[in-house]
Design a protein around this ligand. Structure first.
Ligand code: ZN
Length: 397
């Protein structure tokens, strides 16, 4: 059997193991522990990482594309291009994320992802864990940069057909839409991570959604309700919003876009301290402008998605409206580590084990643990990704 042995500082979910040993074989992790007790045979080549860390591969539950490909382009080629660039930035499992669009466009996206998932080869880059069915069920006043034409209320005929394809693992719907509760119940019964996003939901709407199985909110503080927004709509007494619901309910999780452009350092620190690394995920929410020069791009399908601009740091529609990120998970982890009091293993947990737990895949991926897939990355001392391994195999960079 073909074993590979790595020596270096291992990033575990609750600590750093200094001078540790990682052994992989047959695509799985076979040993994790101190170097002193490493079961290494004589003559065995050892890759010694003297500076930096050996960490689990990143898991991204909210990602739209990269390198001029959007998953909504609906071709296997676009899916593979995006999966490859994210792997170079440290992601080994991702959840291609739908936007608003026609039922046909969503169908093409789901089938393209299914085909790439079923025929995965190491050269394809990050593996598809499942699809994040995100658009089209957004609130009309919270579509953000997504095309309004492509949004609609949840229709069971449409979403059950999509669910039945067997690739969806995360499902979003705005809680205030007619039919949202039935959507949540169906998605929750199938074991998906059920999320409320692009929504202006009140506390009561969140409470009913929770009852129906909703457990997550997309990109905290972005395209979601606030106390002052709800007051403008419904007057006094002021009511709780999605924000208070997530902060107060321990079974809820959420995610932040930690690119340094969407949220200020104190908001990242607030999210880290108030929500905590066990229920806060880092996501890229990256669009097709990731890895591309500044310019104008389309969000969603390449023939009719809504236009936005990238300045190389972030996507935006106007000064008042951002259009998601243009960087990889490596940047999110680095920002979280540099801008908050989170330890390295906590910043990395938020990009690995926490999302894996939320989607129910933590028995396969998300940490350096014996029996899990040998998906890991080598990081240098400033958290740059030097190498990405999927199932124990090193990706070409
Ligand atoms: Zn998004």
């Amino acid at each position: 059997m073909n074993h590979s042995v790595f020596r270096g500082n291992l990033v575990l979910p609750d600590q750093i193991l200094q001078d540790g040993c990682l052994v992989t074989g047959d695509g799985l992790i076979e040993y994790v522990g101190p170097w002193d007790t490493c079961p290494v045979e004589e003559q065995q080549a050892v890759r010694h990482i003297k500076d930096g860390w050996i960490a689990p591969g990143y898991v991204d539950i909210h990602v739209h594309g990269g390198e001029n490909a959007d998953y909504m382009d609906g071709t296997t080629e676009a899916v593979r291009i995006a999966n490859r660039i994210h792997a170079r930035h440290g992601t080994t499992t991702l959840f291609p994320t739908t936007t608003t669009g026609t039922p046909d466009q969503l169908d093409r996206m789901l089938h393209a992802c299914l085909s790439v998932q079923e025929n995965h080869q190491i050269s394809d880059g990050a593996r598809i864990g499942g699809v994040h069915y995100y658009g089209p069920f957004f609130a009309p006043d919270k579509v953000g940069c997504h095309s309004l034409d492509g949004r609609r209320d949840p229709d069971p005929d449409e979403y059950i057909r999509c669910f039945d394809l067997g690739i969806i693992q995360v499902a979003t719907c705005a809680a205030e839409l007619p039919g949202a509760e039935a959507f949540y119940r169906e998605a929750s019964q199938r074991g998906y991570l059920v999320t409320c996003g692009h929504s202006n939901a009140t506390w009561n709407e969140m409470a009913s959604a929770f009852e129906a199985g909703m457990r997550h909110v997309d990109h905290f503080w972005c395209a979601m309700s606030s106390i002052s927004g709800i007051r403008k709509q419904y007057g006094f007494p002021m009511q709780g919003s999605m924000e208070q619901f997530v902060l107060m309910e321990p079974e809820m999780s959420t995610e932040v876009i930690a690119d340094g452009e969407h949220l200020s350092p104190e908001l990242l620190e607030f999210a880290y301290r108030m929500i905590g690394p066990d229920r806060l995920c880092l996501v890229t929410d990256a669009n097709r402008a990731m890895g591309m020069p500044p310019g104008k791009y389309r969000f969603g399908p390449n023939d009719e998605g809504a236009w936005f601009e990238s300045d190389g740091k972030v996507g935006f529609v106007s000064r008042e409206s951002l259009a998601s990120s243009v960087v990889g998970m490596d940047t999110m982890v680095r920002n979280m580590y540099e801008n908050t009091s989170a330890e390295i293993h906590e910043a990395i947990r938020m990009a690995t084990l926490t999302p894996a737990e939320r989607v129910g895949m933590d028995d396969e991926i998300g940490s350096l643990e014996v029996g899990k897939r040998a998906d890991f990355i080598l990081l240098d001392s400033i958290l740059e990704v030097k190498d990405t391994f999927v199932e124990g195999m090193e990706l070409e960079r």
